[in-house]
Every structure is written in C-alpha cells, then in structure tokens.
Design a protein around this ligand. Structure first.
Ligand SMILES: Cc1ncc(C[n+]2csc(CCOP(=O)(O)OP(=O)(O)O)c2C)c(N)n1
Length: 284
C-alpha cells in the first residue's frame, strides 16, 4: 500500500512513524524519476534532498514556519508532500506545475526562485519581517554548496550573522554545482575531510575505544570532547562561526537517525545557526 498517496499535506506526514520514512522516500524517488523521465528537469539535485525534505516537513509546522529553497531546483519532494502529487505529471509543462517554487502555486512555496544564490537573503528578509511583526515562526533556508559561492549568499550570511536573530541555514553540501563545483569556497569546504571519511573515522574510533574494559566508556567521553575541538580545526565551521553563525554538523543527509535528532536540536537553538549536511546528488 502506498504511503505517499496518504499524504495530502505535512499534517499527514506527522502521523507517520519515522520507521516508515525510508519506504516513503523510495516512493518519492520513483515519482520524481517517473516525471523527470517524461519532461526533463533537475533529477540529481532532487534525489539528493529527499530525506532532508521529509525530515523538515515532519519537524516544522509549515506553512506557518517558512522553508526557502535556494534556486528551488530541488523542491520536487517538497511539492509532492504539500498537496501537489496529483498534478505532478504536469511538471514543467505549459499550464502545469512550475519546476521551481512559486507562491501563486502553493502557500507552502515562500519565494519565487530560479536564480541561484537568492535564498539566504530572501529568507533573512522573512526573518526581519517576523521580528518587525513580533511573530514567532521559524525560518529555514536550504542552500547548496554551489549557491554558497554566490555573492548574494555571502551578503545574506553577513547580514544575518550581524543581527543575531533566530535563523537556520542548512548547507546542502553535495560537492557539486550544476557540474563540479569550483573556486576558493568550494576547496575550503572540501579541504581536509569528506563527510564519509569523517563519519567513518568517528564511528570506528568510538567503537574501538568502547571495547577497552573498565576505562572504555570514560575514554570515549573524553575522545568525544577532543573530537569537538579537533572538528573546529579541521572542518569548515570556522568560516561560518566568524560570520556570526553557530556551526553544527557535518551530518549524513540520508540517515534519519542523524537527521531527525540533529534537526530537532538546531531548530531549538537561538540566533543564526548553520547546519552542514552532506548529501549525494542523484542518490537512488
Ligand atoms: C544565477 C544562476 N546561475 C546559474 C544557474 C543555473 N543553475 C541551476 S541549478 C545550479 C546548481 C546549483 O548548485 P547548488 O547550489 O550546489 O545546488 P544543488 O543543485 O547541488 O542542490 C545552477 C548553477 C541559476 N539557476 N542561477
């Protein structure tokens, strides 16, 4: 029985148990591949953010809480979970659904995007409006590593980091723009550790330390502290910390056991926070 067909809005998603999410993600992938095979579109970017999209709509209270998808070439799963499954076959066709987010199309689409690099500034505008109106909702911007190299993204981070209002930026780091990412920020992000290497190292060290009788658990605790310090030195958090953001992550963007608790935590944090998530473009 299809899980996706039972979801008319994120309220239905909240009724599922997280154990059902992998099966739901599989259905989302099948729908997206089916539609893109017919009409073309941004296949790889969309397959890469499916777990993140499910986790965000599960934890946030959209449309009251706002999600801004930078460029919005990766919003197909967002569209499928927000009441547009039945029109999905009209994607990118005359008179049909847009391939990008479009406010005229849905209350869940917060910004008419298409140009890369506009998301952080647009989302921070929504943060500023919220503060003016003394409202309480959350604002989350998902921005790719390609768009992170855009001047407007850096202006947005600079502005948000200086004003210290609650704002979550999620860096969707798949090490790819439309083709391989280039330039200084891209090499900075990838300089020393890839997410896979880092996660593996952390798991293996923890596992080995835990095996040492009597002292294993204590050593593990200290190793975790040392790891936090080392992370600051070897991972790219420093750039964002210097811009006034608290840096969290990196985490595996395809693993709900990492995604859900981490997102839950960062959504509770005060001030500007950047969560670094590693994704694989085109993952099936
Ligand atoms: C200003 C601008 N330049 C180029 C493009 C073409 N374009 C569409 S998607 C994309 C890749 C963006 O990469 P990234 O931000 O890493 O997001 P991903 O697709 O990897 O999730 C580009 C360059 C665009 N939409 N806007």
């Amino acid at each position: 029985m299809s899980i996706l067909k039972t979801i008319q809005s994120p309220a239905d998603l909240k009724r599922l148990s997280p154990e059902q999410f992998p099966a739901l993600c599989q259905e989302l992938r099948e729908q997206i591949i089916g539609a893109v095979s017919n009409v073309g579109g941004h296949l790889a970017s969309n397959l890469g953010v499916i777990e993140l999209t499910v986790a965000l709509h599960y934890l946030l209270d959209t449309p009251k809480d706002k999600i801004v998808w930078d460029t919005s070439n990766q919003a197909y799963a967002h569209k499928l979970l927000t009441g547009r499954r039945e029109q999905f076959h009209t994607l990118r066709q005359y008179g049909g659904m847009s391939g990008f987010t479009k406010r005229e199309e849905s209350v869940y689409d917060t910004f008419n995007a298409g140009h890369a690099g506009t998301g952080v500034s647009a989302a921070f505008g929504m943060v500023a409006a919220r503060e003016q109106l003394a409202q309480k909702h959350k604002v989350v911007c998902v921005v790719g590593d390609g768009a992170m190299t855009s001047g407007m993204t850096l202006e947005g981070l600079h502005h948000a980091g200086g004003l210290e209002k609650d704002f979550l930026v999620i860096l969707n780091d798949n090490q790819m723009s439309i083709s391989k990412n280039v330039g200084a920020i891209s090499s900075y992000l990838n300089r020393t550790f890839t997410g896979e290497f880092y996660t593996k190292m952390r798991e293996e060290t923890g596992h080995l330390l835990g095996k040492i009788p009597h002292i294993g658990a204590d050593v593990q605790k200290w190793a975790r502290r040392a790891e936090e310090l080392a992370k600051g030195a070897i991972l790219p958090g420093l750039l964002f910390e210097e811009l006034g953001f608290r840096y969290a992550g990196p985490i595996d963007g395809h693993n709900f056991e990492h995604l859900l608790p981490t997102l839950e935590n960062v959504l509770k944090m005060k001030g500007p926070v950047l969560l670094h998530v590693f994704m694989k473009k085109g993952i099936w």
